[in-house]
Design a protein around this ligand. Structure first.
Ligand code: NCD
Ligand code: ZN
Length: 366
């Protein structure tokens, strides 16, 4: 597990010692892959158990490019849940931004109660991103409309040119794409998804205007050594890839800082074991089954448990202009080992942190 943070604040530490139960406002996962078909059936119940709302990513095949497709997908998500879970879970939808996205689709998204954002994948950046955007400037009329209608743009912040080192792609994206985009569209509301570097959190914290970032549990818990611990570890491979330890520390500092610009987005991205442990394995960590436990572990190790609630249940809703949830959930202090695998009708998933001991256990809604 991660080393304790040495610079934690004494006041926070005093308040978190000896606690055996943590009661939080019901959380939201602002970056989630639920897939479709049998995989959707396998994974949706885990998120519905832990979070009240999730922002569902649109990178299906074919991608979810219209409000009509998003509405149909949303029905399939709710249909994958038992009635009592479906009634307590609100899938918020994203549309996949492509070179062909029209201003009319922005208007339809703005009018939809279920679609909250468009997702920008630079073409070739990650799983199922072939339909992604090849030329940001060409989409300026679309960004203008998004800004005008207050529709959020969620950004996968990596450049994709083959010659750029995979560890530098995020920082290069900020310099070469994001800063110019925000200069052209200062009113555009942006979420920098799965921030993985010091450069990203510094940029998000210090910029003017409506910008925030999600941070995943894997980027808070692990540095890039996790990919090579005793051998090649495909279940720690995701995009953007894990970075060096100073970046992990910068992410933890941002997450526990109390800044409303940083909030939970697991990027739980399930792939069957056979597709992860392969010659050309898929990127993505499956974290939804223990999402809150993983974040609680990070905040506890950083002696910052009092800051967990805003991060998982407050700041995201605020950014999206939605009311914070009214329900509550409980975590109890209880060591438990993350299972080595989760099986579901022909699919085997290896959860993030498989075999590792976590200190907090999700105890349900209260
Ligand atoms: C995601 C997936 O598998 O859909 N993979 C990942 O490593 N994060 C795609 C993404 O969000 O980049
Ligand atoms: Zn993702």
């Amino acid at each position: 597990m991660t080393p304790n943070e040495s610079n934690s604040k004494p006041a926070l530490q005093a308040r978190t010692d000896n606690k055996t139960s943590l009661q939080l406002r019901e959380p939201d996962d602002w970056h989630l892959h639920l897939r479709d078909g049998a995989m959707l059936q396998a994974v949706a119940p885990y998120s519905a158990a832990q979070v009240g709302r999730a922002l569902v990513m649109p990178n299906l095949q074919p991608p979810v490019v219209s409000v009509a497709m998003a509405e149909a997908y949303r029905e399939r998500i709710l249909g994958a849940l038992k009635a009592e879970q479906a009634s307590g879970f609100n899938p918020c939808m994203t549309l996949y931004l492509t070179d062909k996205t029209s201003r009319e689709e922005i208007d339809r998204a703005a009018d939809s109660p279920h679609v909250l954002a468009f997702k920008l994948y630079p073409a070739g950046a990650t799983t199922h991103s072939d339909a992604g955007v090849t030329n940001l400037e060409a989409l300026d009329p679309v960004f203008e409309r998004m800004a005008k209608k207050s529709v959020v743009l969620c950004v996968h912040g990596e450049v994709t040119a083959a010659e750029v080192d995979v560890f530098d792609r995020e920082a290069r994206f900020i310099e070469e794409r994001l800063i110019p985009l925000r200069q052209r569209h200062p009113e555009l509301r942006i979420v920098f998804e799965h921030a993985t570097t010091r450069e990203a959190v510094d940029y998000v914290r210090e910029s003017d205007g409506a910008i925030a970032a999600t941070i995943t549990p894997q980027h808070l818990l692990y540095n890039r050594n996790a990919l090579f611990r005793g051998g090649l570890r495909p279940h720690y491979y995701c995009l953007p890839i894990l970075k060096r330890e100073p970046h992990r520390q910068a992410l933890v500092a941002a997450a526990i800082s109390g800044s409303p610009r940083f909030f939970m987005g697991t990027d739980s991205a399930p792939h069957d074991q056979s597709l992860k442990e392969a010659d050309c394995g898929c990127a993505g960590c499956f974290s939804a089954a223990f999402a809150l436990e993983l974040y609680a572990q990070v905040f506890d190790e950083a002696r910052a448990l009092p800051r967990l609630e805003d991060f998982v249940s407050g700041f995201g809703a605020d950014f999206y202009g939605l009311p914070r949830a009214s329900g509550r959930v409980e975590l109890v202090r209880q060591d438990h080992v993350v299972p080595e695998r989760i099986r579901h009708e022909g699919h085997t998933l290896i959860p993030l942190a498989a075999g590792q001991t976590l200190r907090w256990k999700f105890a349900g809604r209260i």
